[in-house]
Ligand binder design. Structure first.
Ligand code: SF4
Length: 609
């Protein structure tokens, strides 16, 4: 077996891919080696975990050369991060990513099953991928694989009835991908499937392979969901809730900080239901494998992670937000584990210049200790996603959401009182089973009363196998669903437009994302409250001094990943327009203003019922 340094050299010598270039730019030589070792170790760990049936051994990989894999990802941010995990597994097994589908030996499509529309698009793409093999010898046709939620939901149809895929792998089977591919390569007509859902898999020891040059990253901290909301397919496609251990998360966050990443989004199907152990045996093994080079800062981080965090004993479960409940016993599930408030606090402490976001939460998991961490840590984003789903208590009960209209309003009031200026976003489903006009009006009034910054609004689309489909009747006609959806959208837009206007005159600490797609002379960026801002590019700007009239000092260029102070001068429905006032940092801006934004013209605390 190759030594770690030899393995790093081998990785560096392979044909360059966009993702691998990302690692090469990540730091100086020591960091590069350590990072490459980490990825190699992840690949080794992945291979160790996978049964070695029917796949190439190391020597065979060299003989056949590396294969090219093309990956297309649909759906949520979790799927994006899953594809990065999957690429880490595949790179360790002799694959390189290609962005050109015609060059691919293997085509993988990571899917979403949340709505009918998402699935329809994926069927079209599969038919196209299949057509790429037309006229080729069987041995030259690309292998087509379907991964993720849709794979879990309709496995047989994909493999047998429509024969559009050769491989089907569920979200807990990515370690097995090299085996599955090898089982069908050179085996015309062969099919391979692994859709086993796990109660343990968190991919904690796999460092995802991320896009080049990105200053933001996703980090999955838990997987699956135990809530069983009546409309939702996720518990059936993603399985039971399980959390990554704290040490592996801290290690990855530290690595990202070393690489200069400025924004991390923690991910999970019910992210704030996090309940992880301090350090699992797998993570301890994984981090231990990085030791031995005591001067290496990454190895030092590994030492610090395991030894310090293993001594953590878990934090007491303080309960849900008032008026919220779940179907399961949280005390039993969470005893002796680290809770989300503690995890968030520890993650935010790694790098004060790294902005921390998280999605997707359930409102029940916002007790006061979580809100306090969000309030007290300047680098935790002050934009909270609070999926209401409906404004009617009767509908919420049919949806099995575990709260009422009143308790939801009380939570929002609590957020606004504890974290003034906090932006709130939501999800809404119009036309769920049994929804009356009165129920619908309750949702419209909720949208008007709360004034969300952003909302993801959909007409109910029944998903096979959910409690809604099995036990309730999808009895709201499609045209009524669409009319109600439009009324909900109108109510949202009316308040969103008001809130945009209220931003004019305020100054935000903005993370520069890149050039505007509409005008290359402008930058786009995001505020702490997750609002898009467009502002003119300047060749050089001074250091922000806290006021638009205060003299700035120095002369700095601006590039993606920088923080700048931007004063808002105008707005459209979804975008703010502004003028850059100077270069800044999260800590500097916070020291000047006590928050990541200056107070808008008037308060947004309306809570009419
Ligand atoms: S909490 Fe979210 S992921 Fe879980 S069942 Fe409900 S809607 Fe689905």
């Amino acid at each position: 077996m190759a030594t770690p340094r030899a393995a790093a050299a081998a990785v560096a010598a392979r044909p360059s891919t966009p993702r691998r270039r990302a690692r090469a730019r990540a730091g100086d030589g020591r960091h590069l080696d350590a990072t490459a070792d980490a990825v190699r170790a992840a690949g080794v760990a992945a291979r160790r975990a996978a049964p070695r049936t029917g796949r190439a051994e190391d020597g065979e990989e060299d003989a056949r050369g590396r294969r090219a894999v093309y990956v297309e990802t649909y759906g949520c941010q979790m799927n994006v991060n899953d594809s990065e995990v999957m690429m880490a597994v595949l790179e360790g097994a002799g694959y390189d990513e290609t962005k050109e589908v015609n060059d691919a030996d293997v085509i993988l499509i990571n899917t979403c099953a949340i709505r009918d529309k998402a699935e329809a698009k994926i069927w079209q793409r599969l038919a196209y991928f299949r057509s790429l093999g037309n006229g080729k010898k069987r041995s030259e046709k690309p292998v087509v694989g379907v991964l993720g939620c849709m794979a879990e939901r309709i496995k047989e149809k994909l493999l047998e009835a429509d024969r559009l895929a050769d491989i089907v792998a569920g979200p807990d089977a990515y370690r097995d991908l090299p085996n599955l591919i090898d089982a069908v390569v050179g085996n015309p007509g062969g099919k391979a499937m692994n859709v086993q859902l796990s109660v343990e898999e968190t991919y904690a020891d796999i460092i995802p392979v991320r896009e080049a040059g990105s200053h933001s990253a996703f980090v999955t901290i838990m997987r699956g969901c135990d809530n069983a909301c009546a409309f939702c397919i996720v518990p059936y496609t993603r399985g039971r809730e399980r959390s990554r251990d704290l040490a592996s998360i801290m290690y990855e966050i530290r690595l990202l900080s070393e690489q200069g990443v400025k924004e991390v989004t923690l991910l999970g199907q019910n992210v704030n239901s996090y309940a992880g152990e301090p350090a699992s045996a797998t993570t301890t093994d994984f981090l231990s494998s990085l030791r031995g080079e005591s001067k290496d800062p990454i190895a030092e981080l590994a030492n610090a992670s395991t030894e310090r965090l293993a001594s953590a004993s878990g934090s007491a479960f303080v309960g849900y937000a008032d008026g919220f409940a779940s179907r399961y016993d949280p005390e039993r599930k969470r005893a002796g584990t680290i809770q989300f408030a503690e995890l968030l606090d520890k993650v935010a402490s790694v790098d004060p210049e790294m902005r921390i976001r998280f999605t997707s939460p359930h409102p029940k998991d916002f007790p006061d200790d979580v809100l306090r961490v969000i309030r007290d840590r300047p680098n935790v984003s002050k934009c909270l996603h609070m999926p209401a789903q409906s404004g009617s208590s009767a509908t919420l009960e049919r949806m099995a959401r575990g709260y009422t209209r009143e308790s939801y309003f009380a939570l929002i009031d609590r957020v606004k009182a504890m974290i003034p200026g906090c932006a709130i976003t939501t999800d809404i489903i119009s036309g769920f089973c049994g929804e009356t006009e009165d129920d619908h009006e309750d949702t419209v009034s909720l949208m008007s009363a709360i004034g969300y910054e952003q909302a993801f609004m959909f007409a109910y689309s029944e998903r096979e196998g959910t409690a809604g489909q099995r036990h309730q009747i999808d009895d709201v006609p499609e045209d009524v669903k669409q009319r109600r959806l439009q009324e909900v959208i109108d109510a949202f837009r009316a308040r969103a437009a008001e809130k945009q206007q209220m931003e004019i005159g305020s100054t935000h600490c903005v993370l520069v994302e890149g050039p505007s797609k509409k005008n290359s002379d402008e930058w786009t960026g995001k505020t702490d409250t997750s609002k898009w801002v467009v502002f003119e590019k300047n060749d050089a700007i001074g250091k922000y001094a806290g006021d638009e009239d205060a003299p700035t000092s120095g002369s700095y260029g601006v590039k993606p990943g920088d923080y700048v102070a931007v004063r808002v001068t105008g707005c459209s429905t979804g975008t703010l327009f502004g003028q850059v006032l100077g270069k800044t940092s999260l800590v500097e801006f916070q020291n000047l203003h006590g928050a990541q934004w200056t107070t808008p013209k008037s308060s947004n605390g309306a809570s009419a019922r």
